[in-house]
Design a protein around this ligand. Structure first.
Ligand code: NAP
Length: 545
């Protein structure tokens, strides 16, 4: 399909430029073209899909229910598409986004291989000057960033990382062409949601697998299954209900927390409830659990202990099981990876857990990874080592607002936004699924549709009133940023060392001591209600001229 997307020449001035053809960019280009607004979508890669274009590693799949992840705006799209699995794999997801492009004839607005390097606000002309990596330039009255929260991969800074003679890549950079795994000695560094997907998938195929683990994560079974034609018919009949349900849950997922009260049950009753949840699909075990799991340290400890028991029951070697059980954080303090046969992988004789706390990596050599005990010879090294999350994708673009002020500098101590959508000092610049929005901690497309509609309505409103400039006030931005920080206080997540709190050991200055308030924790319904109320109060907190 990508080859068939014909490119037309890039114009030199558009009303709106959208950056990034992932879920958010595709939604916005559809909304704005429906409104008759002249728009261009600039994509750095050679195809659409964003995260689903890049993350081609084995095991990559949704952990939101597929039928809650698709776009909801078109009845015919909902009727036409058959999700084959409850948690759809990457190749299918990519097909879906290409299908959307084709169905709604979005290709004519999309330009590929357009890496934005500079975006400078021109106050006198009231437009943005944009420059691409290949030297092309253009102007846009409005810029919408849809550049993703996890789109800048980070590799470890071990000595010799580039010296390895075999294949090695970050999961985000997994090659397009098939990578043969049969008969290979493979090393996977990192045990976050990505590493855990890769390990479960490739363990039965490879000759040997060394898992280099620094800190274990709490993971739980995905319980994936196929969706038959009859089931899909049933889902189609219930789409309205499903989306309505998702719109009321904190994360926009098909799961809502149990509000009956953790302490109103006996320990035995809680365990019986957890036994049920553990066998249910997807995030139920996390997001349909007692609310107290997120806020109450004692409740969280008891539940973590329950999951530890599950891990011990699944991993035959008790010493390995203990190493796979997190000791430094409770369940859900960090993003919970969903797994398929992850723990069982460690029962295979050719799968080895390397605990980096006991035997640290000393360097990467031409032939493998050297740990304190000696060299582990490998044919392939997979780095599942995470991302320069949230602000990383902004930082690599030279974005300058009023008076040439750099966004990178403004956000040096962490992002400051109004509603995760606008930034004071950066007029006519909007972010879909931006830092400090609900989208960053939810079922992305659900939040993207609501946030995207709000952005489209705002642009249309600004244009309709004859204005050419909209900007968040400093006060509104300061208030929102303080509110976002405050929302962390209630949640145990504030104590986690993961991307939710802006931690990445592969980046300078990341000690884990300081929280970056990257995500809005007040829940999607509250966030959406705030968006609605801001619009209904004549866009409170924004100045237009
Ligand atoms: P991640 O959660 O940041 O995990 C990175 C892993 O690499 C951690 O285990 C980390 O260990 C380890 N690591 C990093 N640097 C290392 C080093 N120098 N040496 C040894 N180990 C190192 O990244 P991720 O797994 O790619 O997941 C990121 C996010 O992507 C997830 O939280 C999720 O939001 C999203 N995701 C979604 C899906 C899905 O929807 N289906 C699937 C995959 C990922 P430490 O913990 O010790 O730092």
């Amino acid at each position: 399909m990508n080859e068939t997307l014909k490119q037309k020449a890039l114009g030199d001035h558009y009303r709106v430029a959208i950056i990034g053809a992932g879920v958010g960019g595709l939604y916005l280009v559809k909304r704005l073209t429906d409104l008759g607004i002249d728009v261009v979508l600039l994509e750095g890669e050679g195809g659409v899909g964003g995260t689903w274009y890049r993350n081609r590693y084995p095991g990559a799949r949704f952990d939101s229910e597929s039928y809650t992840y698709g776009f909801s705006f078109s009845k015919s799209l909902l009727n036409e598409w058959h999700w084959q699995e409850r948690y759809s794999p990457q190749p299918e997801n990519l097909r879906y986004f290409n299908y959307v492009v084709e169905k709604f004839q979005l290709a004519e607005h999309i330009h590929f291989n357009c890496w934005l390097t500079h975006a400078h606000w021109q106050e006198a002309e009231r437009h943005w000057w944009l420059a691409l990596g290949d030297g092309r330039q253009l102007k846009a009255d409005f810029v919408i960033s849809a550049i993703g929260l996890l789109s800048v991969p980070t590799k470890p800074r071990y000595e010799g990382v580039d010296r390895f003679k075999g294949d090695s890549f970050h999961t985000f950079e997994w090659p397009d062409e098939p990578v043969s795994l049969e008969g290979k000695r493979v090393g996977v560094v990192g045990t976050g949601a990505t590493g855990i997907q890769v390990i479960g998938e490739i363990a039965p195929i490879v000759d040997s697998l060394h898992v280099f683990q620094r800190r274990p994560n709490w993971a739980a079974p995905l319980n994936n299954s196929a969706i038959s034609g009859a089931e899909m018919d049933d889902i189609r009949a219930k789409y309205e209900e499903i989306f309505e349900f998702c719109s009321k849950t904190p994360g926009g997922f098909a799961h809502e927390p149990d509000r009956r009260g953790f302490w109103n049950f006996t320990r035995e009753e809680r365990v019986a409830f957890w036994d049920e949840l553990y066998d249910q699909p997807g995030f139920s075990i996390w997001l349909a659990n007692f609310r107290e799991i997120f806020t109450d340290e004692r409740a969280n400890a008891e539940f973590s202990d329950y999951i530890a028991g599950r891990i011990r029951a699944r991993v035959r070697d008790p010493k390995i099981a203990e190493k796979l059980i997190p000791k430094d954080h409770g369940f859900g303090w960090q993003r919970v990876p969903m797994e398929t046969n992850y723990y069982e992988a460690f029962n295979l004789p050719h799968v080895h857990l390397v605990d980096l706390n006991e035997t640290p990596i000393t360097k990467v050599t031409e032939s493998g990874i050297e740990i304190s005990e000696g060299l582990i010879a490998l044919d392939l090294i997979v780095y599942a080592t995470g991302f320069d999350a949230v602000t990383g994708a902004f930082n690599r673009i030279d974005i300058r607002g009023v008076g040439g002020r750099s966004l990178r500098e403004k956000w040096a101590e962490g992002p400051e936004t109004y509603l995760g959508t606008l930034v004071s000092g950066f007029p006519n610049f909007m972010m879909v699924a931006g830092p400090q929005s609900a989208s960053s901690l939810s079922n992305f497309p659900r939040a993207i549709e609501i946030g995207g509609n709000w952005i489209a309505d705002l642009i249309s409103h600004v244009m309709g009133t004859g204005c050419s400039r909209v900007e968040a006030t400093e006060e509104a931005e300061a208030e929102w940023t303080a509110h976002v920080a405050e929302m962390y206080e209630a949640l145990l997540m504030r104590k986690g060392k993961g991307w939710f709190t802006g931690y990445n050991s592969n980046l300078d200055g990341h000690t884990g001591e300081r929280i970056h308030y990257f995500v809005y924790n007040g829940g999607a319904p509250k966030f959406h209600e705030t968006l609605r109320s801001v619009a209904s109060e004549n866009y409170r907190g924004l100045t237009m001229s």
